[in-house]
Design a binder for this molecule. Structure first.
Ligand SMILES: [Zn+2]
Length: 250
């Protein structure tokens, strides 16, 4: 199993981070993309990349923090020079919380998409209640490598993403009984473009919903998607792991 999105440098893992990673390995996790979207966590993040050969990194200015771009851009450029940074993200638009003004979110998103192209890195896209703007910006910028993290769009949105060459990532939401749209996407997404993620410590899947999420819980997400598609779990975990390696060029 490959967890394409986990915030392992989050302070909620400070007391037992190594144990959490040990659990993940025991459960059969063979790769993790550790996403750093809080630059105060950069030192912990770099240590994880150094310490564990199967943990790779992604850095990006989150749409929530777009207002602080002047301070954050320099840190981002420094971070992108480090070893084992395999993606730029998570970046995008969040019109639900709207912690930064929408126009500034769009500006910072475009800036980072251009940077990703320049650095030849895939992008990890965050889009909440902003699918239309997200897709039109991705198309305008000619983005072809990346993943829609915790995809929440409709079938038509998925088609646009697939046409651009993007991957679709599903998280714990797919296990929630009322998440019918996410379950529909889980059935329809082409197997060669599907990846999975926990978004730890957020969004714990159904049997452990409400708890702090961790990469070992990825198995609940795999179980759910495999049952929706009526294929063996092993097949789904193998194929999504291969997809993740291809996406992040590992
Ligand atoms: Zn995230």
């Amino acid at each position: 199993m490959f967890d394409t999105h986990a915030h392992l440098a989050d302070s909620r893992f400070d007391r037992d981070r190594d144990k959490v990673i040990e659990n993940a390995v025991k459960e059969g996790i063979s790769g993790i993309i550790c996403v750093c979207s809080d630059f105060d966590e950069l030192d912990v993040f770099y240590n994880l990349l150094k310490e564990y050969d199967f943990i790779y990194g992604a850095v990006g200015i989150h749409p929530h923090d777009a207002s602080f771009q002047d301070k954050l851009k320099e840190k981002l450029h420094q971070a992108l020079k480090k070893d084992k940074i395999v993606a730029l993200g998570e970046i995008g638009l969040d019109y639900h919380y709207e912690n930064s003004p929408r126009a500034i979110q769009r500006e910072v998103f475009k800036y980072q998409l251009a940077l990703a192209k320049q650095k030849n890195l895939p992008v990890i896209i965050h889009s909440r209640e902003a699918m239309e703007d997200t897709l039109s910006i991705l198309q305008d910028e000619g983005i072809q490598r990346g993943v829609m993290h915790c995809f929440s769009g409709k079938e038509e949105d998925m088609k646009i993403c697939l046409d651009m060459g993007l991957y679709i990532s599903l998280a714990g939401v797919v296990t929630f009984p009322k998440a019918l749209n996410s379950q529909k996407i889980a059935r329809l997404a082409p197997l060669d473009r599907l990846v999975v993620e926990t978004d730890s410590p957020y969004l714990a899947p159904q049997p452990v919903r409400g708890k702090r999420n961790e990469p070992s819980f990825l198995r609940y997400i795999i179980q759910k998607i495999a049952s929706l598609r009526e294929i063996p779990e092993k097949e789904l975990s193998d194929i999504t792991s291969q997809n993740a390696r291809k996406l992040f060029n590992l």
